[in-house]
Structure formats: structure tokens, C-alpha cells
Design a protein around this ligand. Structure first.
Ligand code: 0O2
Length: 273
């Protein structure tokens, strides 16, 4: 098939990958802005390469006219979570979305593949708008932990290297490594709450500091240099204490001061009119 025809086929999938990745990235941002723990650590996406599509068509004896129905992972999204528990949370978020319709699910977590591969797969229908109108296509979403991803990436490279003829001693090592990954994920789960608390506080602190700095910046318009200097000094003092409650208190006080100046500015504006 001509390269231009491939481009025509793959172009909507490229759009889908970009849109879906953007949506999950936005979801991560929403969590951060609301000081909420985000079950998604990282999102990546790719469109399957032509050679990889051809290899799969040949292996599964898929005719050209059935390509888009039968190859479900032309568009592929990978969602990486910190903890195994997050995988279910992400899956149920996707199940509730109105822009992604679930076609099927594969649970390689409870049913680990013989290779040792673990991940949760969803095949979804997703609609993109093209010059020819809406196009409903399929995309595969793989959800896995950081540790599972580490294993799968290494194993994938070895599979590529040995092209289906993995030496038994390498396969055995990988199988042992897969067991170690299971233990690692379990260990990490046992400290999940503590890690989540720590991350929440750190996110809260980041948001607070960003708000405080933007408030101080705005105050430059209304307040005297002397007062700003005093506020800044107080901020540095509070910041150094590393105490979230003190930082929150300072943020509230600064808000009140800023509100006062804003109100004054509005009043002057009216008088000016
Ligand atoms: P890519 O794009 O290079 O990752 P299959 O017959 O296994 O090729 P099937 O039945 O359509 O495909 O789907 P399945 O088994 O759910 O696997 C789809 C994808 O899951 C694979 O894509 C891999 O990304 C991943 N995967 C499945 N099994 C393994 C495994 O044993 N090891 C690793 N590392 N990844 C796996 P592709 O097609 O390999 O392409």
C-alpha cells in the first residue's frame, strides 16, 4: 500500500492519541490544582508503526479491509500509576467517561501472562472529528504501575532482541524478576497511605506557595514598597518553619490584605469614573 494511503488511515489515530493523552494530562492537572492525590503518575501515547501493523496482520492473518476492526491497538495509550490500587481507580474513571466507550477489558493483573506480563488493558471506542466528519475508532489503554512498566519495557526489548527465541535462562531470569515486581508492588502498597499523605502535603505546599507569591506580586500594584518588604520577610520566615498550618494561616491573612486593597482599588475606580 502506498505511503499516502497509510497516512490517511493513521492520521485520525494520531489525533486520537493526542486528544486522549491531553485529556489524561488535564485530569492530572485538575487533581494537582485541587490538592487531590492523583492516581495517574504519567501518560504516554503512540500510534503503532506501519511495520508493527503489518507484522500483526501477517501473524493473525488479517486482510487489509479488516485492518481497522481487527487491530485494536493502532492507537495506544499507556497510563502509569504509582500503586497497584490506583489501577482500579483509573479504570473506573475511564468507565464513567462519556467520551470513551469500553469495548472490552483484559485483566493481566489477576491473570498474569505466561511471560510474567502484568497490566490492565481496555479497548475503547473514541470519536475524532476529521475533515470527512466524525470517525469512531478503537484505542487501547494499558494501565500499569511504575514497577510493572519497568519489567514490561525490559522484557519487550529482550523479546525484540531474541525475536521469539528467548533463551531459557533469560526467560527464567525474567520470570524471577516478574515475581520480584509483584513483591515490590505489594511492599509499596503497604506504605501507600503514608506516601499519599506526604505527597498531598507537598502538593498543598506547592499550591499555597504559588498562591502566596502571586498575591504578593499583585500587591505591588497597590501597596507601598515598605509594606511589601515586610510581607515578603514574613513569608520567608513562615516558609522556613516548614509548617503547613502556619503557611495556610499566612495565606489567609494575605488574602484578607489583598481583598482590602482590591476593594479600595474598585472604590477608587468608581470615584474616578
Ligand atoms: P507494541 O505496540 O510494540 O507494544 P498480541 O497477539 O499479544 O500481539 P493482542 O492479543 O491484540 O496482541 O493483545 P494483548 O495480548 O492484550 O497485547 C497487546 C499489547 O500488550 C502488546 O502490544 C504489548 O504492548 C503488551 N503486551 C502483551 N503481552 C506482553 C508481554 O508478554 N510482554 C510485554 N512486554 N508486553 C506485552 P504489541 O502488539 O506487542 O505492540
Amino acid at each position: 500500500m502506498e505511503i499516502q494511503l497509510w497516512r490517511n488511515i493513521l492520521s485520525p489515530y494520531e489525533l486520537a492519541v493526542r486528544e486522549i493523552t491531553l485529556k489524561f494530562n488535564h485530569m492530572m492537572r485538575e487533581h494537582r490544582e485541587k490538592d487531590l492525590y492523583c492516581p495517574i503518575e504519567q501518560v504516554t501515547g503512540r500510534v503503532k508503526s506501519i511495520s508493527s501493523i503489518l507484522e500483526k496482520m501477517q501473524r493473525k492473518q488479517i486482510p487489509m479491509e479488516r485492518l481497522e476492526q481487527e487491530i485494536e491497538d493502532i492507537a495506544g495509550i499507556r497510563i502509569i500509576c504509582q500503586f497497584e490500587e490506583d489501577i482500579d481507580v483509573v479504570a473506573s474513571i475511564i468507565q464513567k467517561r462519556t467520551d470513551m466507550e469500553i469495548k472490552s477489558e483484559k485483566d493481566y493483573l489477576t491473570h498474569m501472562k505466561e511471560s510474567g506480563y502484568r497490566s490492565y488493558h481496555l479497548i475503547i471506542y473514541y470519536t475524532v472529528e476529521t475533515l470527512d466528519g466524525p470517525k469512531r475508532l478503537q484505542a487501547e489503554i494499558q494501565i500499569r504501575t511504575l514497577a510493572m512498566n519497568f519489567w514490561a519495557t525490559i522484557e519487550h526489548s529482550l523479546q525484540y532482541k531474541y525475536k521469539g527465541n528467548m533463551p531459557p535462562h533469560v526467560a527464567e531470569r525474567l520470570s524471577k524478576a516478574a515475581d520480584a515486581i509483584i513483591s515490590l508492588d505489594h511492599e509499596m502498597s503497604s506504605v501507600r497511605n503514608e506516601i499519599m499523605d506526604a505527597q498531598n502535603s507537598s502538593q498543598m505546599q506547592t499550591n499555597l506557595v504559588a498562591n502566596i507569591l502571586s498575591n504578593i506580586e499583585n500587591l505591588y500594584k497597590y501597596s507601598s514598597k515598605q509594606e511589601i518588604m515586610k510581607i515578603q520577610e514574613e513569608f520567608f520566615r513562615v516558609y522556613k518553619t516548614n509548617d503547613l498550618q502556619q503557611l495556610e494561616r499566612f495565606h489567609r491573612q494575605l488574602d484578607i490584605i489583598s481583598e482590602g486593597y482590591r476593594a479600595q482599588a474598585v472604590t477608587y475606580d468608581y470615584i474616578g469614573d
